[in-house]
Write a protein that binds this ligand. Structure first.
Ligand SMILES: [Mg+2]
Length: 184
């Protein structure tokens, strides 16, 4: 079950202390896109998104978007966002495509952190790659696709199993995946 356990938890990407991560040696941030950075309805980056990414760049971080979504969605959104790179059809939780991407872009595992809203794709992928991870709450669960809803059911089962060894962590994880950022 260790492969499903994130290094850290955060309510959303704006609540992460990136300056401290930088001080701790992190140089590269790998972001999931859908429901981590933006809802499925947000096709282009908002001024808030742009300001957020500028702030990360000012800290000295390299930022990448790794999404299972299609090319058009990813590239339309990152236009003008100033990211260092993006990968669509990333095939999370499988690591082959992402590991190749990291190697090609000289992104060292130990200086990298993965941020996403799904345990079974984002966190599992991060752990398989050996990078640190932060689980955030989904921005909007209403708009999740059918395959994500299936993943969410599997996610609950995984958390129940984690709960046998670590009830407190399971409790926190369950709260994370059942609460929406927009409805707090
Ligand atoms: Mg997501």
């Amino acid at each position: 079950m260790y492969k499903y356990i994130p290094t850290m938890l955060a309510p959303n990407v704006y609540n992460i202390d990136f300056a401290t991560l930088y001080e701790e040696g992190i140089r590269n941030i790998l972001f999931d896109l859908d429901n981590t950075i933006a809802t499925y309805e947000e096709h282009i980056a908002t001024p808030e998104h742009i300001a957020f990414f500028q702030q990360l760049k000012r800290i000295g971080l390299n930022v990448y978007i790794l999404s299972n979504n299609r090319k058009k969605r990813v590239y339309q959104f990152i236009e003008g966002l100033g990211v260092d790179g993006a990968l669509s059809h990333a095939q999370k939780p499988f690591t082959k495509k992402i590991a190749n991407y990291l190697q090609k872009n000289a992104i060292p595992i130990e200086e990298t952190i993965f941020i996403g809203d799904q345990i079974l794709t984002d966190i599992s992928c991060a752990n398989r790659l050996g990078v640190k991870s932060i689980l955030v709450q989904s921005i909007s669960r209403q708009t999740e696709k059918w395959y994500t809803r299936i993943n969410r059911q599997r996610e609950k089962k995984v958390i129940q199993i984690i709960g046998k060894e670590n009830p407190q962590l399971a409790n926190e994880l369950m709260k994370m995946i059942t609460k929406e950022k927009n409805n707090e």
